[in-house]
Design a binder for this molecule. Structure first.
Ligand code: ADP
Length: 366
């Protein structure tokens, strides 16, 4: 299970979509490539692929989009279909458990249709093997019967474009990866790009927001448009219930304090993990299971839900001896690292791994 797959959707800062997201997202999705904010490289490359296909009057190569949830893979697949003026069929790896499920979908595609296969790394093996042939030769062998009497009936498919999305490109078997003519690697968004996302969504939701209010939300959105949109909706609620509906920096900060999302996008769980690591274990190293008991969570939750973002933010490090808080963590939580008895001037041995052998400064000493 990927860290992203297990991120519970009831967290405000989860990057996977909850029910409300799914309902609102349709309205907030950019419809054309030129409306899609950020991801300049992927956008330019994709634009060339699509223009070339349009010029040739043929379907473009199959496209693989990889990257964490909430960065716009589904949105891009819909844009691909819109730019090609083609219909789109949407399904996902876990929904295709048998090769027969895939055969049914493939055989009902129309010429030029875009097939979006989300979480393609979670498809069953037999379905994956059927997909190889479908991608390459636009043909599948449907097996009829069982055992020695089973026969393969070849079925011609109309040319289609597969858009696969995965949070983990590394998990795709090479034969599948190789059949994509173009792979777009989606990156986390820069704060300025997220500000544009917030402004755009605010306009669509008819929310009045000032530029610093948008920056405040963007800065807490973990580089992820889906989170930016969700935080905007919660801030809008707060602004409408407690104030006049206009989102300013102060209103955004107050609202997100109520929802326990801090200036850096850490939520209650992230902060509980850091607080335990710093206050109870002096910054570590401490084993994962001990840390999990200290915050009253399963080790798996700490490891898969809180840690990936803390590691990405450079607040926590995983070392062979356990979890360690970085200097930035002490600073972010407003705490001073303890002076080790007899050490005083140097980092703990495991902290040396992180700060370098010659590190003169203790974490947090800056
Ligand atoms: P993924 O498929 O990668 O999980 P989605 O395509 O569902 O992500 O995007 C989640 C939400 O974020 C969408 O509703 C969309 O409105 C918004 N979004 C994603 N990328 C962008 C972008 N580049 N510009 C504007 N909004 C975006």
């Amino acid at each position: 299970m990927s860290p992203y797959d297990s991120d519970p959707a009831d967290r405000l800062v989860t990057s996977s979509a909850d029910g409300e997201d799914q309902a609102v997202e349709a309205a907030l999705r950019p419809k054309l490539l030129e409306e899609f904010i950020g991801q300049e490289r992927v956008r330019e490359q994709l634009s060339l692929v699509l223009q070339a296909a349009r010029k040739r009057g043929a379907s473009p190569d199959h496209v693989l989009l990889s990257g964490p949830p909430g960065l716009g893979k589904t949105t891009l697949s819909m844009i691909i279909a819109a730019e090609l003026n083609a219909p789109i069929r949407i399904t996902s790896g876990p929904a295709i458990q048998h090769a027969g499920d895939l055969a049914a979908i493939l055989s009902s595609l129309t010429e030029g249709e875009v097939l979006f296969l989300d979480e393609i790394h979670r498809m069953s093996r037999p379905a994956e093997e059927m997909l190889y042939m479908a991608m390459e030769d636009f043909r599948v062998d449907v097996i009829v019967g069982k055992g020695p009497g089973a026969t393969a009936i070849p079925l011609e498919l109309p040319p289609f474009t597969l858009v696969g999305a995965t949070t983990r490109a590394g998990l795709l078997p090479p034969p599948l990866r190789d059949r994509f003519g173009f792979t777009g690697h989606m990156e986390f968004y820069a704060p300025a790009e997220l500000e544009r996302v917030v402004h755009r969504s605010a306009a669509l939701l008819d929310v009045e927001i000032d530029p610093i209010g948008a920056a405040e939300i963007a800065g807490r959105s973990r580089g992820t448009p889906r989170i930016a949109n969700r935080l905007l909706r919660r801030v809008r609620d707060y602004a409408q219930v407690r104030h006049d509906g206009v989102v300013t920096k102060e209103i955004a900060a107050q609202a997100l304090r109520v929802y326990e999302v801090d200036e850096r996008g850490l939520d209650r769980l992230d902060r509980a993990v850091l607080t335990a690591l710093l206050k109870l274990f002096g910054g570590g190293p401490v084993g994962l299971s001990t840390l999990a008991v200290a915050v009253g969570e399963e080790a798996e939750t700490v490891e898969e839900v809180a840690e990936p973002f803390l590691v990405r933010e450079g607040l926590l490090a995983r070392t062979p001896r356990g979890r360690i808080a970085t200097a930035a963590a002490w600073q972010h939580m407003g705490l001073t690292p303890p002076i080790q008895p007899g050490a005083g001037r140097g980092p703990l041995p495991a902290q040396q791994e992180l700060f370098g052998q010659g590190a003169a400064a203790r974490p947090g000493a800056e």
